[in-house]
Design a protein around this ligand. Sequence first.
Ligand code: FES
Length: 190
Amino acid sequence: MRNKSGQSADSVDENRRSFLKGAMLSLFSVAIGGISLERFFVPTTRNVPVTSYDGKYPTALLVDPDNNPITASEIPYAVPSSSSYPILVFNYPLQDEPNILMRLRNVTIPNAIHVKNSQGGIDSITAYSGICQHLGCTVPLLDYHPGNSIPFEAQLIGYTKSNWPTYGLIYCKCHGSQYDPVRGPHNLYN
Ligand code: FES
């Protein structure tokens, strides 16, 4: 979809192309195959952890299994009715270090990549380490859950739709920690 100025509605704001992850990650482009399921992507330089630097952090180009660069418009996102897990998982900088890539609808996260959505709102694309800070549990034990897919384990400790953010939380099933993707990867609820 294109806006009045002829720009793609999902075009990336070039001025805001900084990207969060546990250790921070810069991407040249991002994307995926359009379904709300976890998929695994690898940097083009498989088994070569770092290809270049942006002056601060290693950079990597994410590609799909057919080696096509991922584009922002292909990244799945949660809507209020989402009951699935709209994330992508990619390994970075090493092949055994998973990261969670997500697109949060109508949520503006400082320092994330900001993308205009088809409704005229702004989405944030951000990535966090897929390894929990505590015991090192990895996805899918550490996973993103939008407001309509509160994990059963989280419900047992008192979470309901009234206190689970609509945009969702990252939840570690190993012992129940919750991370708020809007407030940063270090925001630990429990
Ligand atoms: S075991 Fe994952 S946060 Fe504690």
